[in-house]
Design a protein around this ligand. Structure first.
Ligand code: PRP
Ligand code: URA
Length: 208
């Protein structure tokens, strides 16, 4: 799996702010959306273009537009929803495919509870969004679902990734590309990313 750890100064700056111990729900949400936009910018930098003529005030002018069926964004419930607005800000016409998974806190294995995917996945690029790639179980299960539904172009966008999760996704799906603001040190005994962000879902939703 190819891993892009985005070194853009805005990404690094915002990630530092996200790691602050006492950050309001509002600020965590806002920064999550902003970093999601920046990751989207990077993850779409090689989309194919096609030529066309745009009708302008002075007649037809050559222009370019994104070729083929548009993207589907795949938020993993619940925390992935926190990145959705940031992605849609740049790709407002994207179809949204929602996947519901939570981690069993003892086994750390993902439990699926919802799946509503966009049509025409065979022709779409899927951008899977989830703030945290920890053991990688949730990401692998989501990619399994997408591939089963015919999707073959998949990119994962996460705020923070653990090396353990990267290895697991790589073993199961080496064709997937990962975009992240940081590859952190690793997981603690509870399966939390160190230093990570703590519980991203709770911080985005203001629960706990
Ligand atoms: C978190 C996070 C990922 C998953 C990552 O979700 O948002 O989906 O854990 O862990 P993994 O890589 O080990 O699978 P959580 O289960 O806390 O649910 P939530 O999004 O509903 O808060
Ligand atoms: N889920 C989170 O929200 N944080 C982690 O560090 C791991 C899983």
């Amino acid at each position: 799996m190819h891993v892009h750890e985005i070194a853009h100064p805005l990404v690094k700056h915002k990630l530092g702010l996200l790691r602050q111990r006492s950050l309001s729900t509002r600020s965590f949400r806002q920064l999550t959306a902003e970093v999601a936009s920046l990751l989207t910018y990077e993850a779409t930098s090689d989309l194919l273009l096609e030529d066309y003529q745009v009708d302008t005030w002075m007649g037809p002018v050559p222009a370019q537009r994104i070729k083929g069926k548009k993207v589907t964004v795949v938020p993993i419930l619940r925390a992935g929803i926190g990145m959705l607005d940031g992605v849609l800000e740049l790709i407002p016409s994207a179809k949204v495919s929602v996947v519901g998974l939570y981690r069993n806190e003892e086994t750390l294995e993902p439990v699926a509870y919802f799946e509503k995917l966009a049509h025409g996945l065979e022709e779409r690029l899927a951008l899977v969004i989830d703030p945290m790639l920890a053991t990688g179980g949730s990401m692998v299960a989501t990619i399994d679902m997408l591939k089963k539904a015919g999707c073959s172009q998949i990119r994962a966008l996460v705020l923070v990734a653990a090396p353990e999760g990267i290895r697991r996704v790589h073993e199961a799906h080496p064709d997937v590309t990962l975009y992240t603001a940081s590859v952190d040190k690793g997981l603690n005994e509870d399966g939390y990313i160190v230093p990570g962000l703590g519980d991203a879902g709770d911080k985005i939703f203001g629960t706990k």
